[in-house]
Write a protein that binds this ligand. Structure first.
Ligand code: F0G
Length: 455
């Protein structure tokens, strides 16, 4: 069985050998060279200048803004609202949507201060229906799976992808198969997948091992792969960048900073920036930088030690479970957009991640550990002079604060790093720790506590 797409506006192209196709095999790999496909839009350059589905940049901006007043299913999705920049479903096909996207842009004054910049904002993709950025790509890819008539969809996941896929499969009346590393994902995420009705398998391996097994399964069974090697996932994930620019009234920030795991999201955001340039929606590119955990840093090492010539897979280890990935599938795509936008790649330690997470919490926003690498990375980029104090910066927060509550509780109790090699470095966290207090049930005890904190 092959997956097909409407050829009205978009086609598939191999990122390595340039092979062009309208259908991909179920593993979404190029039949010539085995590399990944990307979606491209051959009709955008017209005699009247660049246009997407016939619309020039000012018309697109007006159209998208106008749709915000509509209650239709497609228009009230923060993904399908930008459908001129997405592959089209066939006539009469309805997208599977949970009204994803439409996520808030917050300012982070305390984090700005601790990072050493004048003004800092965060686009919170954790405020999506299943609590991560994955929903923006799942609505597109699941809709294409449905259009192709697949009964089963599947993914390997560190948690967020599985919850998202299970929800969209259920909405679209499809069955879903989830492969997750045993004991290495958050209970909240596992429980979401179960509630949405996924067949959930905990494999005795890590994320990379789950991915290997799944690749074999999709080769042998009529199952639609919903990991981010699926180019339709990345198309939906592009909309975070489009929506961000719209929220900024098309004023272009100097820097956008994203976490890097499997490197699909950075690739998608970078692709959106390049396409917005191509269409004249923006006149210059923000620098897109990717931050990895030091214990799961194959992309950082590829860029800094091998000049991006190759990526050597590694055994990944970090408490930021979402990005515990040692063999990122989309590294070539991510490299291309980091280079094209003149961004950079940085790594941060476990303690730096924990501190940054609590600081984002102190601004009343909060996020999961994997998202907090963005603030930790920003601090480094400011120290290195790569980000200037006066430059505008947007962090992409990818997951919700309720994702890893055990991490947060241990952090505040002060035992997150007990017995680990990070114990000494973790001394810097004390000022941020607020363990819950156990008191007698009497008002005097509570008042004494209040007075202690506000002498
Ligand atoms: N942040 C969060 C919250 C994530 O869940 C992930 C990936 C990333 C960042 C990294 O994004 O892989 O596109 O570079 N989570 C995966 C999952 C892989 O299975 O949910 P990436």
């Amino acid at each position: 069985m092959t997956t097909a797409t409407s050829t009205r506006a978009s086609r598939l192209r191999c990122i390595q050998c340039g092979y062009v196709a309208d259908h991909a095999d179920q593993d979404f790999r190029c039949p010539n060279c085995g590399d990944l496909f990307e979606v491209f839009f051959p009709g955008w350059q017209t005699a009247d200048g660049p246009r997407a589905q016939g619309y020039a940049a000012p018309e697109l901006k007006a159209l998208w803004l106008n749709r915000r007043t509509s209650f239709s299913q497609e228009d009230s999705s923060g993904v399908w609202r930008f459908r001129e920049l997405l592959p089209s479903l066939n006539e009469g096909q309805q997208p599977i949507t949970l009204r994803e996207g439409n996520t808030p842009l917050y300012d982070l004054p305390r984090c700005a201060h601790s990072a050493g910049v004048d003004y800092l904002q965060a686009k919170h993709q954790g405020m999506n229906p299943t609590a991560s950025f994955k929903d923006t790509g799942m609505t597109t890819a699941a809709s294409f799976a449905h259009q192709e008539g697949f009964r089963w969809v599947a993914c390997a996941s560190t948690g967020n992808t599985s919850a998202s896929m299970a929800a969209y499969a259920a909405r679209g009346g499809m069955r879903s198969l989830v492969l997750i590393p045993e004991g290495k994902i958050s209970w909240g995420k596992l429980s979401q997948s179960l509630d949405y009705g996924a067949v959930t398998c905990q494999l005795r391996t890590d994320f990379d091992g789950c991915m290997r097994v799944l690749n074999e399964v999709v080769r042998r069974m009529p199952v639609y792969l919903l990991n981010s090697v699926n180019p339709y996932r990345l198309e939906g994930q592009k909309t975070a960048a489009i929506e961000l620019l719209e929220q900024l009234h098309w004023q272009i920030p100097e820097h956008i900073i994203v976490p890097g795991g499997n490197l699909g999201n950075s690739s998608a955001i970078g692709k959106a920036l390049l396409e917005m340039m191509e269409l004249g929606l923006i006149g210059r590119l923000p620098k897109l930088s990717v931050i990895q955990a030091a214990g799961a840093n194959p992309f950082y090492r590829s860029v800094h030690e091998l000049q991006g010539r190759e990526l050597i897979p590694m055994q990944a280890d970090t408490l930021a479970t979402a990005i515990r990935i040692g063999n990122p599938a989309s590294w070539k795509k991510a490299l291309r957009v980091v280079q094209a936008t003149e961004g950079t790649v940085e790594q941060v330690t476990e303690v730096e991640i924990a501190l940054a997470k609590s600081e984002i919490g102190s601004d009343g926003v909060g996020c999961e550990p994997a998202s907090a690498v963005t603030l930790a990375g920003l601090k480094k980029l400011v120290q290195q002079g790569f980000v200037k104090k006066s430059e505008s910066v947007v962090l992409i927060l990818t997951g919700h604060v309720l994702k890893d509550p055990e991490f947060t509780l241990k952090f505040h109790r002060g035992d997150l790093f007990t017995g680990t090699s990070h114990e000494e470095e973790a001394g810097v966290l004390r000022a941020q720790q607020r363990a819950p207090l156990v008191l007698d049930a009497n008002p005097d005890a509570v008042i004494r506590t209040l007075e202690q904190f506000d002498p």
